[in-house]
Design a protein around this ligand. Structure first.
Ligand code: SAM
Length: 246
């Protein structure tokens, strides 16, 4: 970008300086040399999301989630969680929002073989399905610690700097509080990850939005502006916001 050209991130858009529907976005390539980006982008996105195949245990957990009317991470987001857990050689991971265990299985696959996943959810029946799914995926019972309860009641009881990765997929209204707790729980070099920050497109939609979406925008701004974090927003699943704690 040439000096004096405004970065799209500093223009006033509906969220975080993203261009709004009426903003002009200048192509980076001169006329005639534009890179071809077509409807294939959607196809490429779908290809990326299905790139890492899921096994029978994951399909079982996904079916239980669907029956219970619960969201679970997409296969692409799950693969990213595996990668991130492996990248930090995770021995201790905290998960907020066990659900039926889809994200938990992915995290356990990426963690060290002696790693322990601590997973929090207020719904015992969700955790019961996850327990079965972890067993079906071949993980020994001592690889997971299930804590029933609401995140903001449970997290203060977990050890300072005791975690390599914190994955947040509980109540989106509470994500900013999860961020504060995660900064305390993570060791330097650890990762905090939030699922669902696109809110199915509503985060970048300029129309009126519910509180949940306004809170997600505040989270995105806070993470981006934090001096303590090195962030990246991965466009997988419904948006995976990741940040390394310095
Ligand atoms: C979207 S589901 C999690 C899906 C799971 N991470 C997966 O991919 O398989 C959200 C879960 O968060 C739980 N939840 C809701 N409020 C919560 C809270 N305050 N603290 C922790 N978990 C919460 C719900 O019971 C539900 O199981």
């Amino acid at each position: 970008m040439s000096p004096g050209t405004a970065s799209p991130l500093s223009t006033t858009g509906p969220i975080c300086g993203f261009p709004g529907p009426t903003d002009t976005v200048t192509p980076r390539h001169p006329r005639g040399q534009e890179r071809v980006i077509t409807g294939n982008r959607q196809t490429s996105w779908a290809f990326a999301d299905a790139y890492v195949a899921e096994d029978e245990a994951l399909r079982w957990a996904r079916d239980r989630a669907r029956e219970a009317g619960l969201r679970s991470v997409s296969p692409g987001a799950g693969a990213a969680l595996r990668l991130l857990a492996a990248t930090v050689d995770a021995k201790a991971v905290a998960e907020i929002g066990t659900g039926t265990g889809v994200s938990g299985i992915h995290l356990l696959h990426g963690m060290r073989p002696d790693g322990v996943l601590t997973t929090v959810d207020p719904e015992p029946e969700h955790q019961q399905f996850a327990r079965q799914a972890f067993r079906a995926a071949g993980f020994a019972a001592n690889r997971a610690r299930f804590i029933p309860g609401r995140a903001l009641d449970v997290l203060p009881r977990l050890a300072d700097a005791g975690y390599d990765l914190v994955f947040c997929d509980g109540d989106r209204q509470e994500f900013l509080d999860y961020l504060a707790e995660s900064l305390r729980l993570l060791r330097p070099g650890g990762l905090v990850v939030f699922e669902g920050v696109f809110a199915h497109g509503r985060t970048v939609d300029s129309g009126p939005q519910p509180t949940e979406v306004l809170r997600l925008r505040e989270l995105l701004r806070t993470v981006r502006e934090s001096q303590e974090l090195v962030p990246s927003l991965l466009p997988v699943g419904d948006g995976l916001l990741c940040a390394v704690k310095r």
